[in-house]
Design a protein around this ligand. Structure first.
Ligand code: S3P
Length: 435
């Protein structure tokens, strides 16, 4: 589908971003392993999280929904899953594949996991290697590093492991595998990455301790069911945070957004760039801090970012790059080589597609050099099947002159099925069609 966008005269309104994607996956998985009924409100009905539900159902989990954001998982305990009759399809979702690998490693049966062409190119060795070290048998292309992957799990032993890169997916896969071992699994991360798994596992009464960058989990302990209201996804909100800063007549309120400090790097970066953001904390929800964010038109300046900030805003870098293109001065983004192995090679493709609209952006092996104050003009650009690239380009289209056409925009439904409806809510006129 082509999404055709005209820059609106004003950008004003209130948006309630969809439920957090990372938390939705985890709540469903943990619910399926708990003893009793887990009720999840605000579950993200994006394609990625629907894949997780479909895989869990294929493993015998009893799940109803999502029905207006509500998912009910009737868990029957750690040993309740059964051998799937068919290949488990993780679609485009790295989180589904990596977290389920951790679960499957603990199962005394055979299963096969695959996904779409993008997911079949993404590195899985970072998960399969430590799971093999715990005793799981895993086969796949390139010596078990690429999907399709087949797993024969069971008889796992605990592991002490230091992650080579800060990755919440790898950390979570190993914590989930640790549930099936007879002892204590200890994971150390180089920098803190999102900690939703730790929060949810603790809420489910797992024996889990966090000391600095080290997490310990004791296996074979029963999990309690959860009742959880998932807060809005800050990674979805980020598109409107940037749009609100860049548009000259903007005032947007984003309600019920997850403000977990491991995810708020985009707020820190935009604030350092001079963004007009007003944050009003609300009650915790789902064991996570939440609140509303009001953003209004801002004069942004360039910024140098790298190091521990990067895992805290990794998924927001495509849209942060759009902010940098219009900011005053230069922006450098370093230490973000992980972007090359996301849903697309986001370093190459963010640079290529934004350059079509007039951006001055040079890709590096681990980030970008962006010269600000470019004039963005409408162009025909391509999502390359990457949901976050599609939405970042849509934000660029809101502040470009003329018409922007985003090819392959249907992939936005991977994480934000209501994105165009929310654009319309802010007064943006868009249509679908051929350029
Ligand atoms: C996610 C972790 C991050 C992030 C991804 C979601 C998660 O990936 O980019 O979109 O839910 O754990 P990595 O763990 O590979 O850094």
């Amino acid at each position: 589908m082509d999404l055709i966008i005209q820059p609106p005269h004003t950008l004003e309104g209130v948006i309630k971003p969809p439920g957090d994607k990372s938390i939705s996956h985890r709540a469903a998985i943990i619910g399926a392993l708990a003893n009793g009924t887990t009720t999840i409100n605000g579950f993200l009905s994006g394609a990625d999280c629907l894949c997780t539900l479909a895989c869990l159902r294929a493993l015998g989990a009893d799940i109803t929904g999502p029905d207006e954001g509500r998912v009910t998982v009737r868990g029957r305990g750690l040993n309740s899953l059964c051998e799937p009759e068919t290949i488990l399809d993780a679609g485009n979702s790295g989180t589904t594949m990596r977290l389920l690998l951790g679960v499957l490693a603990g199962q005394p049966f055979y299963s096969v996991l695959s996904g779409d062409p993008s997911l079949r190119q993404r590195p899985m060795g970072r998960v399969t290697r430590p799971l093999q070290a715990m005793g799981a048998k895993i086969w796949g292309r390139r010596d078990g590093q690429l999907a399709p992957l087949s797993v024969r799990g069971g008889n796992l032993q605990p592991l002490e492991y230091t992650l080579p890169v800060a990755s919440a997916q790898v950390k979570s896969a190993l914590l989930l595998a640790g549930l099936f071992t007879p002892g204590e699994t200890v994971i150390t991360e180089p920098y803190p990455s999102r900690d939703h798994s730790e929060r949810l596992l603790r809420a489910a009464a797992a024996d889990l301790q966090v000391e600095g960058n080290r997490i310990r989990i004791r296996g074979r302990q029963p999990l309690q069911p959860l009742t959880i209201n998932i807060p809005g996804d800050i990674s979805a909100a980020a598109f409107f945070l940037v749009a609100g800063c860049l548009h000259p007549r903007a005032e947007i309120t984003l309600e019920g957004v997850n403000l977990n400090p491991s995810r708020t790097g985009i707020i820190d970066a935009l604030t350092a760039m001079g963004a007009q953001l007003e944050i009003t904390p609300a009650e915790e929800t789902g064991g996570e801090p939440a609140g509303s964010i009001r953003v209004s038109s801002s004069c942004l300046r360039g910024l140098e970012i790298g190091g521990p900030l990067i895992p805290r805003l990794i998924d927001e870098i495509p849209v942060l790059a759009v902010a940098a293109v219009l900011a005053e001065g230069e922006t450098t983004i370093r230490d973000a080589a992980e972007l090359k192995v996301k849903e697309s090679d986001r370093i190459t493709l963010v640079a290529t597609e934004l350059a079509r609209m007039g951006a001055d952006i040079a890709p590096w092996s681990d980030g970008f050099l962006i010269k600000g104050r470019s004039h963005l003009h409408g162009a025909v650009v391509d999502s390359h099947g990457d949901h976050r690239l599609a939405m970042a380009l849509a934000v660029a289209g809101l502040v470009a002159t003329g018409t922007t056409v985003i090819r392959g925009a249907e992939c936005m439904a991977v994480s934000y099925p209501g994105f165009t409806a929310d654009l319309a809510r802010l007064g943006v006129i868009w249509r679908e069609g051929e350029a």
